[in-house]
Design a protein around this ligand. Structure first.
Ligand code: NAP
Length: 259
């Protein structure tokens, strides 16, 4: 399917690896030029070069922490006018509800709620003025069904989801759509880190931890970054202009619910 976005320009935050990279690759395959961000310059340059070589699009790497005002400014300066924004950042650490301090919450809110909101505030006025734009926020399946040990993530992402629910309906008239993608368990470094915590806590092997988690997913496997990216590219396509303010769960059926 031609997604109809060849020649458009996207910012993909936190995109040198994992789900962000999956989104960047799918957009590049559709002919979208990228401003690609992550903190680690080396992995970012490698990913940017690979994507440029594979898909023939322009990829500008910006090594910066997207959860800081300086990092966001660097990304926005490099990008100029953009048509597509994919918001993403690392997730907060797991822990226990009774242990988190105010600072822990502020850090989680900064990373997974206020940073994506600041990026939307920066790029959406231009999108609206030009009459076309697509925003996809990578959140988490935890928004739909809480993951108890990820309370910081549950809280921060619920806040972003509430903001998007109202804002998406205020910008849709100008051709700008905002939607959230809610990943369930995907085979990325983040999944390895969470499985690693179980390995240490329970003294089991990494393979066993993965097998146990996969057993709880109706698809009986972890998702892949490329299938996640394909959905992101569709939401950014010309065909998705009537999809507004939605939360798209990509979890292999793991959340046991009717709707
Ligand atoms: P990942 O494999 O660990 O990749 C994270 C990517 O983001 C890397 O490119 C990393 O590069 C970059 N990054 C992290 N923090 C950043 C920051 N502050 N500024 C700029 N770049 C940053 O993670 P993932 O699995 O793709 O997860 C992406 C998001 O989805 C996370 O918020 C995660 O919590 C959420 N999620 C993931 C899953 C899953 O199963 N994978 C499930 C639910 C939710 P640098 O480290 O070099 O910056």
């Amino acid at each position: 399917m031609d997604l109809g976005i060849r020649g458009k320009k996207a910012i993909v935050c936190a995109g040198s690896k994992g789900l962000g990279r999956g989104c960047a690759e799918a957009l590049a395959e559709a002919g979208v030029d990228l401003v690609l961000n992550a903190r680690g310059a080396e992995a970012l340059a490698e990913t940017a070069n690979e994507i440029e070589a594979r898909y023939g699009v322009t990829v500008i790497p910006v090594a910066a922490d997207i959860t800081t005002p300086e990092g966001r400014a660097a990304v926005l300066d490099a990008a100029g006018e953009v048509d597509i924004l994919v918001n993403n950042a690392g997730g907060p650490p797991p822990g226990l509800w009774s242990d988190w301090s105010r600072d822990d919450f502020i850090k989680a809110l900064d990373g997974n709620m206020l940073s994506p909101i600041a990026m939307m505030q920066a790029v959406m006025p231009g999108m609206m003025a030009r009459g076309w734009g697509r925003v996809v926020n990578i959140t988490s399946a935890a928004v739909r069904a809480p993951i108890p040990q990820l309370g910081l993530s549950n809280a921060a992402r619920a806040g972003l989801t509430g903001f998007v629910a109202g804002t998406a309906r205020q910008v849709a008239h100008a051709g700008v759509t905002i939607n959230n993608m809610l990943p369930g368990i995907h085979a990325t470094d983040r999944a390895d880190a969470l499985d690693g915590a179980v390995v240490r806590a329970e003294g089991i092997s990494l393979d066993e931890a993965r097998t146990r988690r996969a057993a709880g997913i109706p698809a009986r496997r972890y998702g892949t970054a490329s299938e996640f990216g394909a959905m992101c590219a569709f939401l950014c396509s010309q065909h998705a202009g009537f999809i507004v303010g939605q939360n798209i769960l990509v979890d292999g059926g793991a959340a046991n619910q009717t709707m």
